[in-house]
Design a protein around this ligand. Structure first.
Ligand code: AMP
Length: 489
């Protein structure tokens, strides 16, 4: 028998690439639902306080022309040198994800002719920023800041108010802070100081860390920001900028400090604080939790004055100052200190419904309650009352409304106080009034009734309802109970 010829396939075996499940990029962070509560509540609180100080919200794009940042921050700064996400878009424009807010807000101030508005213009914004930094605890490549800027005003009291706003934002969230403050004078003061500092640092070069040796060539001022152990002694003996300040800058600085004294805002003079961006002049500051010595990742926020930036971008000479607070670091501090969340999204009322017709009616009732200004929650998946009450408890609802077939027919609803466990039957038409009374709240506006006592669809359905094994009629609870109602499930 002839041997069977084995024909080798000319096709090479296809080596399938192992499927790599998509992963989060290094340095990025998902903000999960359980963390949103914190984030939204903190941002809401910050917004409320900033608004009370007359700051108005502005939003600028995340993507801007790259040179907006390279020109304003300075080519030799860490952010521009190493950390910016820069790329060419499809139109071959060099664009960048914003690494900070100030430059974008200054661009918007000029482009929208905000100089013609009543000065100063006080703006706040909040959102994500991007820096391709080495990720570590409390340092991400995408993070969020809350930012306030005041443009069109220069006086020591303006700087003091700006610092006071940041201080009270943090204090009202439960964090007592100390301001680390310095004056870096005018650009002329800084140029002279920089020469002096550079010759001193050159004389100490061999004692410096490798990174600082490199900075010596590019941006010697940044060495003052170094956290490297070996640099500390050199920094401590370095000439201090305060000795190079013009009389004008010195007086301005002293006046700001006097206002801070008057406002009882604790501060520490920090002669090595320079905040390494080119656009700052005179007052620069950072916020640390009280007792913090100023470690690498411990500043909660910082800012300063930038009187030349608007003019540099082609606007009229306009003095300005601002600060930013890091949202992630703020939340981390609040969690470490086990601080209470500002009571924002705590639901006023949970709506429990039993049976199909009650469920249907509840959708309209929830809408009605929301329109009347209540934070309402429900769980339309869980059938039994005890399961729904468990959810209500877990989310911390203040009251639970219980609606079953009997209540629907009677035009009533059971109102349960989740703290005391007591419950009573009330007229469904008066539910908002009762809730307002018990929550000690004034009705914000006249309630718009979107539903009648029991709408036609539900009535028709109830008439034709086949007996539904899951549907439970709640026993009359005329008596005020202190335990969960015993309803068969
Ligand atoms: P800066 O704009 O560098 O002055 O930073 C102001 C604040 O933003 C800091 O004090 C931090 O709270 C926060 N921050 C800065 N960089 C990061 C980062 N990479 N990750 C998380 N938070 C940051």
């Amino acid at each position: 028998m002839p041997k069977k010829k084995i024909v080798k396939s000319s096709l090479k075996p296809v080596r399938r690439k192992k499927f790599e499940p998509p992963r989060l990029l290094r340095g990025m962070k998902d903000i999960l639902p359980e963390d949103q509560q914190y984030r939204l509540a903190v941002i809401k609180k910050l917004e409320d306080i900033a608004t009370s100080y007359s700051y108005q919200r502005i939003d600028t794009p995340i993507l801007e022309q790259a040179n907006l940042f390279t020109r304003s921050l300075g080519e030799d700064t860490d952010i521009v040198d190493k950390e910016m996400y820069i790329f060419e878009d499809k139109s071959e424009d060099r664009v960048s994800l914003r690494p900070e807010f100030t430059a974008g807000l200054v661009r918007a101030y000029i482009e929208h002719g905000m100089l013609n508005r009543t000065q100063p213009v006080k703006l706040y914004t909040v959102g994500p920023l991007f820096r391709h930094d080495r990720p570590q605890a409390g340092r991400y490549r995408q993070f969020n800041q809350f930012d306030c800027e005041i443009m069109g005003g220069k006086a020591p009291i303006v700087d003091a108010e700006l610092i006071a706003v940041a201080h009270s934002l943090l204090r009202d969230l439960g964090i007592d802070t100390q301001v680390h403050i310095n004056s870096i004078g005018s650009s002329e003061d800084r140029a002279q100081y920089s020469n002096e500092l550079t010759s001193y640092l050159k004389s100490q070069k061999r004692r410096l860390s490798e990174e600082s040796k490199l900075r010596l060539l590019k941006n010697p001022l940044r060495i003052l920001d170094s956290k490297a152990e070996e640099d500390q002694a050199v920094i401590a003996e370095a000439p201090q900028i305060v000795d190079w300040l013009s009389d004008e800058s010195k007086e301005y600085f002293i006046n700001v400090l006097e206002y801070l004294d008057d406002l009882n805002i604790p501060y520490v003079l920090q002669p090595t604080l320079v905040r390494g961006l080119d656009y700052y002049n005179d007052i620069v500051f950072e916020f640390y939790e009280e007792g913090e010595t100023g470690g690498a990742q411990s500043a909660l926020g910082g800012g300063g004055r930038y009187d030349g930036l608007i003019e540099m971008f082609g606007g009229q000479p306009t003095p300005a100052a601002g600060f930013a607070i890091g949202i992630e670091r703020l939340i981390l501090t609040m969690k470490t200190k086990q601080l209470q969340l500002p009571g924002l999204y705590v639901p006023d009322v949970f709506l429990a419904q039993l049976g199909k017709s009650a469920q249907k009616y509840s959708l309209a009732l929830m809408d009605q309650l929301r329109l009347s200004g209540f934070q309402v929650r429900a769980n339309l998946v869980k059938g039994s009352l005890s399961a729904q009450l468990k959810v209500a408890n877990k989310i911390g609802a203040r009251f639970t409304l219980i609606l079953g077939k009997k209540e629907l027919l009677d035009g009533t609803i059971i109102l349960r106080d989740m703290e005391s466990g007591s419950q009573e039957i009330i007229d469904i038409q008066k539910v908002e009034k009762e809730l307002h009374k018990r929550l000690d709240r004034e009705p914000s506006k006249p309630a718009v009734r979107t539903i009648g006592p029991i709408d036609e669809v539900v009535r028709a359905e109830m008439e034709h309802d086949s007996p539904n094994p899951e549907e439970v009629i709640i026993p009359p609870a005329e008596v005020v109970e202190t335990v969960a109602p015993t309803v068969e499930e």
